[in-house]
Design a protein around this ligand. Structure first.
Ligand code: GLN
Length: 284
């Protein structure tokens, strides 16, 4: 049967009411209208009686059944927006959170303020996932030499695709950061490592646990700070004089994480927009 945009909208509302609120459903409907039809919110309203091709209606029907399972829309459309630019996504990478935009904003501001223009900066991102952090940094600091580590070859495949798309030259390295020491000295170390502890695991929503890579979310051991301990230790040896570290952290472990950096000349715990302890800034 021929379907109009209005029929699809009704199907979204009826079929997704158990998984999403009404306003979330509205939002999802408009995301898919943009993605499949290239119509923004106003245009899809204006064209509400437009009849869709069979191919297009099929795409919407399939999207609805995927959404019903709780699959994040970013994985269904295969992309997301971060720091105002597009990134490819799939099930092998964490979907970027707004908190990480705040981390980048902090890092970009501090780097601009505290380093000299034209200085040949060496930057390292640990646990890069889809590559959002190094790619955004490379856009702001094109002269910098940017490296990014991840344990997952599948994640790095998406990161490389994102870097190619943005024409960002990044040195991607596949390795387990916990296993080895860095190869060189860096001026900037940045990371949003897995920081959810084993006992917190139960509090995480199924839509996150079931669809996003657990390796990107949960600490590999019972020590939720394992990455931060190594980063603090490595920063003593592999961070240049006056070098800086920027970390996204577990909101429940602010003080403990900050404590790991007591040997540095500057170490600050910063809050995110929701008022939670979320970032650490360190200067050597
Ligand atoms: N902030 C993410 C979440 O709550 C966790 C990110 C991470 O472990 N680095 O889902």
């Amino acid at each position: 049967m021929m379907k109009t945009i209005s029929d699809i909208k009704t199907a979204f509302q009826n079929e997704l009411s158990e998984v999403y609120t009404k306003s979330e459903t509205e939002e999802l409907f408009s995301i898919f209208c943009i993605h499949f039809l290239g119509l923004n919110k106003i245009e899809s309203r204006y064209n509400i009686n437009k009849v869709l091709s069979d191919t297009d209606s099929k795409k919407f029907i399939e999207a609805i059944s995927e959404l019903k399972t709780g699959k994040p829309f970013q994985q269904i459309v295969g992309e997301t927006d971060f720091y105002g630019i597009k990134f490819f996504m799939n099930e092998h990478v964490l979907i970027p959170r707004p908190e990480t935009e705040e981390l980048l904003e902090l890092a970009i501001g501090k780097i601009q303020e505290k380093t000299n223009k034209g200085q040949h900066l060496k930057i390292l991102d640990i646990g890069t996932g889809s590559g959002i952090i190094p790619i955004v940094l490379k856009k702001y600091f094109p002269e910098a030499e940017v490296s990014a580590i991840d344990i997952s070859e599948n994640a790095l495949a998406i990161a490389r695709r994102n870097a190619d798309f943005h024409k960002a030259e990044i040195n991607f390295i596949q390795k387990d950061y916990l296993d080895e020491n860095p190869d060189e000295v860096y001026d900037i170390i940045i990371s949003n490592p897995p920081y959810i502890g084993i006992e917190e695991n139960i509090e995480i929503e199924d839509s996150v646990k079931g669809f996003e890579p657990n390796i990107a979310l949960f600490s590999p051991t019972s020590d939720a700070l394992i990455f931060y301990r190594k980063i603090a230790d490595d920063s003593l040896h592999y961070l240049s004089e006056k070098g800086m570290v920027f970390l996204e952290i577990n909101q429940k472990l602010g003080k403990e994480t900050l404590e790991l950096f007591h040997d540095f000349s500057e170490a600050a715990l910063l809050k995110d927009i929701s008022g939670n302890d979320r970032m650490i800034f360190v200067r050597k």
